[in-house]
Write a protein that binds this ligand. Structure first.
Ligand code: FE2
Length: 201
């Protein structure tokens, strides 16, 4: 999928209108997507590069402003539906850059608490854009998730029409940048992974 190209200015323009953005992404996924929704890589992530001092200082809401205004999310159960985020360490970023031949990478750690879910969405790459270099282009965008905690029954990553379960720590999946996705943790343990966004060389 290298024929869908948006440079930095075009992407920023595109994501201003959420309705148009979602429509376009639906079209890309429904009509232009070929191949698997995700791939499990054979070689695992080297967990020894991680820094054990992980500080979850950041969190984000999982529903858009539009969603929050609807009846669907008015129940108390959604009031504290946050994903905890921690900045990745330099060693992890260097490892990912070398391993996947990336020119730039952002690799925060996300923790999903029991009972939490993230509704299906397309990524706007808002966090990535904060420090993203101006050579951003969707045809360079690379996406990976690195599993850090052992899979438990009730945990799932859903990508397109597929679901990923039964992982072990260090498993890496790769998926296209436009893939609609959602996650759920219905187990009794927190689920941790590295959310990798990179730009290829
Ligand atoms: Fe996402």
């Amino acid at each position: 999928m290298t024929d869908i190209e948006y440079n930095l200015a075009q992407w920023q323009e595109l994501k201003k209108d959420q309705i148009k953005f979602n429509k376009l992404m639906n079209e890309i996924f429904s009509w232009r997507h070929k191949g698997p929704d995700y791939t499990v890589l054979i070689e695992k992530f080297d967990l020894s590069v991680l820094d054990n001092n992980i500080n979850f200082g950041d969190s984000h809401e999982l529903f858009s402003i539009e969603d929050q205004k609807t009846e669907n999310f008015s129940h108390d159960v959604y009031k504290k539906n946050f994903i905890q985020k921690a900045t990745g360490n330099k060693q992890t970023e260097q490892y990912l850059q070398q391993r996947f031949d990336l020119r730039y990478v952002d690799a925060p750690i996300h923790e999903q608490s029991p009972g939490n879910y993230v509704a299906p969405h397309y990524d706007l790459y808002g966090h990535f854009m904060k420090n993203c270099p101006d050579y951003f282009n969707t045809n360079r965008l690379k996406r990976y998730w690195v599993c850090l905690t052992k899979w438990e029954i009730g945990q799932s990553f859903m990508l397109g029409r597929s679901a990923f379960t039964d992982w072990t720590p260090g498993d890496i999946i790769e998926f296209p940048w436009y893939m609609p996705h959602s996650t759920v943790n219905l187990s009794k343990s927190p689920r941790r992974f590295i959310n990798v966004v990179g730009l290829a060389n």
